[in-house]
Design a protein around this ligand. Structure first.
Ligand SMILES: [Zn+2]
Length: 343
């Protein structure tokens, strides 16, 4: 912010500038975002909420298990492997597989294992064959995975499928940071076909590939809210909504503060100019020639360099209007300009 060119600043001006700097700093500190209580992970909280949904209808449970398998670590005719560090999913997985396929994992984490990544594995080919058959796969042929849409005819099953995909291969970013929800699979066709499932649910994902994986993702807060609700996580959806409101509010406060700072600069520049003008009039001896009203205003300004026009108007005795006071100050500046032109 360029101050007006001032030669030989006097004490008043210095005080004024230091007050201005103080105010400016004060305004700038208002700019900072409030500190947040950071949860361990928004994605993990969301998965926990999703896992609270009771394992219900057979059709939806099958669809959820399908989503998990197509988005998990390994799903071949030789091995199935789901790795997760989400405690709620660790609880849900064995129950879901028991209900849908009436079978258990060949390898699963012990109850007393420390926190961290846990693996659920099936390597019994008979079990794997049973699972493949329940999705309508021909177990004699080994091929690239495709989504069997026949399993996902109803909307309830489509939503459950997406929930499963999210639980195994999905993530959502803390909405306080940014808006991002993704579903990642290593099956090319599955990513393409999940896109269609999402479209049928009313969502249009963006697609990308990353390190040999395929990703459907969302960047719009509204879409993320709706998808979380569809999957069965209304609390997470609410958190996204709240973060959006908070962010919008902060932006509007920042706009206000910036605008106030600009006004403040204008005000301070004007005050500096007025104080300098009065000092000049005093130095040249013409201060005494001013009218009583102008003298009073000049004295008020000198003793209150940081006051606004409205404040100075109210301090005047008798009080005057803002425009009257403004007029007097302008006159003082004009008179001092005329003086300095002559010299
Ligand atoms: Zn269903």
């Amino acid at each position: 912010m360029p101050h007006p060119k001032v030669t030989g600043r006097n004490v008043h001006t210095e005080i004024l500038i230091s007050r201005y700097k103080f105010m400016r700093n004060f305004v700038n500190t208002q700019d900072r975002a409030p500190k947040r209580v950071i949860t361990i992970s928004f994605a993990s909280d969301t998965k926990q909420e999703l896992c609270k949904i009771s394992i219900g209808k057979k059709c939806c449970s099958l669809a959820e298990a399908y989503g998990i398998l197509l988005y998990c670590n390994t799903f071949t005719d030789k091995e199935i492997k789901v790795v997760t560090e989400n405690k709620a999913l660790v609880q849900r997985l064995p129950k879901l597989f028991e209900k849908v396929f009436t079978l258990s994992f060949d390898q699963k984490p012990e109850d007393n294992e420390p926190e961290g990544k846990k693996a659920f594995v099936i390597f019994d080919t008979k079990k794997i064959a049973k699972i493949l058959q329940s999705f309508g796969y021909d177990t004699k042929k080994v091929y690239a995975h495709h989504v069997n849409f026949a399993i996902l005819e109803d909307d309830c099953c489509k939503a459950s499928f997406i929930r499963g995909a999210f639980l195994a291969g999905g993530s959502v970013t803390d909405p306080a940071k940014r808006y991002h929800l993704e579903l990642v699979t290593d099956h090319y066709n599955v990513n393409k076909e999940t896109y269609s499932v999402l479209v049928e649910l009313g969502f249009e994902a963006k697609n990308a590939s990353r390190n040999g994986n395929y990703m459907a993702y969302f960047k719009q807060s509204e879409a993320i809210e709706d998808l979380l609700t569809t999957m069965g996580a209304p609390l997470a959806a609410m958190a996204v909504m709240n973060a959006k409101v908070e962010k919008d509010m902060r932006n509007s406060i920042n706009r206000r503060v910036n605008c106030d700072t600009a006004n403040l600069e204008k005000m301070v520049n004007a005050s500096i100019e007025q104080v300098e003008a009065i000092r000049k009039l005093e130095a040249s001896g013409s201060f005494e020639n001013l009218t009583e009203k102008l003298k009073e205003t000049a004295r008020l300004r000198l003793s209150n360099p940081e006051a606004s026009i409205a404040e100075l108007a109210a301090m005047s005795d008798p009080p005057v209007t803002k425009s009257c006071l403004n007029h007097r100050l302008r006159k003082i500046v004009k008179l001092s300009d005329r003086k300095s032109d002559k010299t």
